[in-house]
Design a protein around this ligand. Structure first.
Ligand SMILES: [Ca+2]
Ligand SMILES: [Ca+2]
Length: 440
């Protein structure tokens, strides 16, 4: 039964995919049917879908019989939706781009369905990971992974396993490797095996926004997600623009950069970051109060930590420990503070008494920690008054109840990301303060 379903999806996929060749044929048909205005091919409704028009028929012939795409795009409602010129015509290029996007979404839908083993419209974490790995050949910036895998195959196996070595350092690194592998993470992995870490990080982002009880993600939600838009950006040529790639969660550059941060913060290599490690994040300087709350709310695991004493004796202590997944969730939330879920992640930590709202006292307490950090770093923190900052924040948020700020208030006011930054991160506060200074 499952095999029949898979074969059916494969068949539709084959007839639906808009290959490069089909793309150029489609463009040729549209140009032929269009009226050229200046240099711009334009389509009027008669040419688009009117009686006797060949446009829809010729375009539909480019796809196979199993494909429903032509029926979905050659519709009066689609013509009505696209921008018009003064003569009521649409740009052939706009329609072409629209068709490409719809075609890509249909292709993604079918590919996701291929991994939905029980056909209930939901994917498990494992299925999502496998789907993401299957996309790698279609993502040009991921080419180095494929090239590295091919090189390893030709040389008869994984050529580099950084982390192995000789002597006690080598042993320590080996045990680190084992611990991380137990946790499903490859330590300092060679490019060829980074694939698994990449797909875990990629899956984490989809699950953060669309996971149901952290176990399943509905295909419908995945397809309409802003996370999918970000992933599909990797299908477009980037022309070596590393800066742009570093902004994309799914790029190799970004995932290796983040993985590098985790391994450097996990200085003893046990697969966990302690509160001290988290205070060394390179992209923000979190307050001790926030860090304590992070471990209380989002990461409740504890680890045994070895501390080298003054006389080279080794003491141990039990400390909170954040896993790679905890770290990744923190980064996803930090980058998604504009989104209600990202904001909610931080709100839970800032809500010190777990009451669902922040009073003026809590905002005061939170900012006092930022001020202390500024004082320690620059010895001029005293010039900032907790009362003033607290009032400024309540002015920005304008909560419905003037004495209690809820997540709803924070999300609706539009200043949520800024408020979170001002209350938990010294760098955000200093950047905001500097901006005000420059504007004076
Ligand atoms: Ca399923
Ligand atoms: Ca550690």
């Amino acid at each position: 039964m499952r095999l029949v379903r898979e074969q059916r999806i494969q068949r539709i996929l084959k007839s639906s995919t808009l290959s490069r060749e089909r793309e150029s044929q489609l463009w040729e048909v549209l140009k032929r049917q269009a009226t050229i205005e200046g240099d711009i091919p334009m389509l009027n409704y008669e040419r688009f879908l009117g009686e006797g028009s060949q446009c829809a028929k010729e375009c539909a012939a480019l796809w196979g019989e199993d494909c429903s795409l032509p029926e979905l795009i050659f519709r009066p409602s689609i013509f009505a939706r696209l921008p018009k010129d003064s003569k009521g015509r649409i740009s052939a290029l706009d329609f072409f781009e629209f068709t490409r996007r719809r075609s890509l979404l249909l292709e993604m839908k079918l590919k996701l369905e291929l991994f939905d083993a029980d056909g209930d419209g939901m994917l498990t974490r494992d299925e999502l990971e496998r789907w993401l790995v299957s996309l790698i050949p279609d993502l040009p910036p991921m080419a180095p992974i494929l090239a590295s895998q091919e090189k390893d195959m030709n040389s008869g196996g994984a050529s580099e396993l950084t982390g192995t070595g000789t002597g006690s350092d080598g042993e320590k690194k080996k045990s680190h490797l084992n611990l991380l592998q137990t946790a499903g993470i490859a330590a300092n992995p060679p490019l060829s095996s980074f694939c698994s870490t990449w797909s875990k990080m990629a899956t984490r982002k989809f699950m953060f926004f669309h996971g149901v009880r952290g176990k399943y993600a509905p295909i419908k939600k995945l397809l309409s997600s802003h996370v999918m838009v970000e992933l599909l950006q990797l299908r477009e040529p980037t022309e070596g623009n590393t800066g742009r790639l570093l902004e994309n969660w799914f790029s190799l550059e970004k995932s290796r950069w983040l993985y590098g941060i985790f391994t450097s913060l996990d200085s003893d290599g046990d697969g966990f970051i302690t509160p001290e490690g988290l205070s060394q994040l390179p992209f923000c300087r979190l307050t001790p109060l926030f860090i304590r709350r992070f471990f209380e709310v989002h990461s409740k695991k504890h680890v045994l930590v070895h501390i080298d004493g003054e006389r080279s004796t080794t003491a141990t202590s039990i400390q909170p420990g954040a896993t790679f997944e905890d770290f990744i969730d923190l980064v996803i939330s930090w980058e998604s503070r504009f989104h209600r879920l990202g904001l909610g992640y931080f709100f839970k930590c800032m809500d010190i008494h777990d009451r669902g709202y922040l009073t003026q006292v809590e905002v005061y307490q939170l900012f006092r920690e930022v001020k202390l950090m500024v004082s320690e770093a620059w010895s001029d923190g005293a010039e900032y008054k907790e009362e003033d900052v607290k009032d400024e924040i309540f002015d920005m948020v304008q909560p419905r109840d003037s004495l209690r700020m809820t997540l709803d208030d924070l999300h609706k006011c539009g200043a949520g990301p800024l408020v979170v930054g001002l209350l938990i991160d010294m760098n955000s506060f200093l950047a905001y303060d500097q901006r005000e200074f420059q504007m004076q």
